[in-house]
Design a protein around this ligand. Structure first.
Ligand code: NAD
Ligand code: UFG
Length: 350
């Protein structure tokens, strides 16, 4: 099956996961239109996508500055172009910020997504891949996390993901023409192997790997390790880190599934590796890959953090034909490649 004529709208496509996915989509022959309000990203990231895919494939990439909360921005796009499917990344994702400013999250993530789905329905574009999160497993009683566990929310950010999964399901129940895949990402890290694309958070990073990146290049003095008394072998918490390029490929697999499966309806899939790594193991792997010492300070647990979370991967493997290829070594190698070439992110001078 050729995909050269399929046109994909990528919301939030200037962001961390969106840029890596855009590169893989273009490489596979899809046409890509990005809509992003650059709230947590910069236009230079889209320029890097163009640089990476080259001048010929770049002609299949369009960027539109726009906000999903403004329906007119979406109307403008959909009235001019026909999209075969939407990959919906756009959203706010900082757990702590969501606890301090829940309205910001309800407004951006819920209203933005509902606007998007209304406009998609109006223009008869009814294939959706949605960025959900392992956050919907909360503090799991059992691991690995299996897709049919009862989902729950631990904070307003997680609640938006949970509600958006359910809102999508209601839309599909009401109109069976919709085909919807909810991808539950575990912990995306690493960067494009070229070192030209990577995670570029604004302000002090919340997440482990961008924080380590900033310590490695001297922007921050040390890493705070949140929790050293968890019931794990080294006392630090365990997560399922997944290389962002594997994650990007998971979106291509999901899209192909949508195009090929008439009766898919609404489905959820984990995107993870199925193995857990502790914070201290991650620090050691990064030190090995980079040759840099990462000073750590052992701190109390971060409120709301789970002890150990990792994915059951069988469903994605069986039904999407997708499996993560990369391990912790490659994640740290590519994270360091990005960090060393771009110590200040996209604002770095060559
Ligand atoms: P990101 O912040 O790098 O990318 C999100 C992009 O969406 C940004 O470029 C931002 O400017 C844009 N955006 C936000 N609100 C918008 C709006 N109203 N209109 C238009 N654009 C808007 O984040 P990411 O890590 O690439 O995450 C992408 C998606 O995956 C998010 O929905 C996030 O919740 C989800 N997710 C991320 C992680 C993670 O750890 N990175 C884990 C699970 C799920
Ligand atoms: N950690 C530290 N120090 C830091 C940052 C993180 O020790 O400076 C620890 C955390 O306590 C946790 C682990 O590193 O044990 C991973 O933390 P992250 O913040 O990188 O990731 P989380 O697992 O907390 O959450 C991430 C995303 C959420 C998403 C969740 C689902 O941030 O949006 O994965 O998998 F919902």
């Amino acid at each position: 099956m050729g995909f050269s004529e399929q046109s994909i709208l990528v919301t939030g496509g200037a962001g961390f996961i969106g840029t890596h996915t855009a590169v893989q989509l273009l490489d596979q022959g899809f046409r890509v239109t990005i809509i992003d309000n650059l709230d947590n990203s910069v236009a230079a990231a889209v320029d890097r996508v163009r640089e990476l895919v080259g001048p010929v494939l770049s002609k299949k990439l369009e960027f539109h500055l726009g906000d999903l909360r403004n329906k007119e921005d979406l109307e403008k796009l959909f009235s001019k172009s026909k999209f075969d499917a939407v990959i919906h990344f756009a959203g706010l994702k900082a757990v702590g910020e969501s606890m301090a400013h829940p309205f910001r999250y309800f407004d951006n993530n819920l209203i933005g997504s509902i606007n998007l789905y209304q406009v998609m329905a109006k223009y008869n574009c009814k294939k959706l891949v949605f960025s959900s999160s392992a956050t919907v497993y909360g503090q799991p009683d059992k691991i690995p996390c299996v897709e049919d566990f009862q989902p729950m929310a631990m904070n307003p950010y997680g609640r938006t993901k949970l509600f958006l999964e359910e809102i999508a399901r209601d839309i599909q129940r009401a109109d069976s023409e919709w085909r919807m895949i909810m991808l539950r990402y575990f912990n995306p890290v690493g960067a494009h192997e070229s070192g030209k694309l990577g995670e570029n958070p604004k302000g002090i990073p919340n997440n482990l790997m961008p924080y380590i990146h900033q310590v490695a290049v001297g922007r921050l003095p040390h890493l705070n390790v949140y929790g050293h008394d968890y019931p794990t072998p080294d006392g630090s918490a365990i997560r399922d880190y997944i290389h962002v390029m594997d994650l990007a490929d998971g979106h291509i697999a999901a899209l192909k599934k949508l195009f090929m499966t008439e009766n898919i309806g609404w489905a959820t899939y984990n995107l993870g590796t199925g193995s857990g790594t502790s914070v201290l193991e991650m620090v050691a792997a990064f030190e090995k890959a980079s040759g840099k010492k990462i000073p750590v300070q052992l701190c109390p647990r971060r409120p709301g953090d789970a002890t150990a979370v990792y994915a059951a991967t069988e469903k994605a493997e069986k039904e999407l034909g997708w499996k993560a290829k990369y391990g912790i070594q490659e994640m740290c190698r590519d994270q360091w490649n990005w960090a060393s070439q771009n110590p200040m992110g996209y604002e770095s001078q060559p």
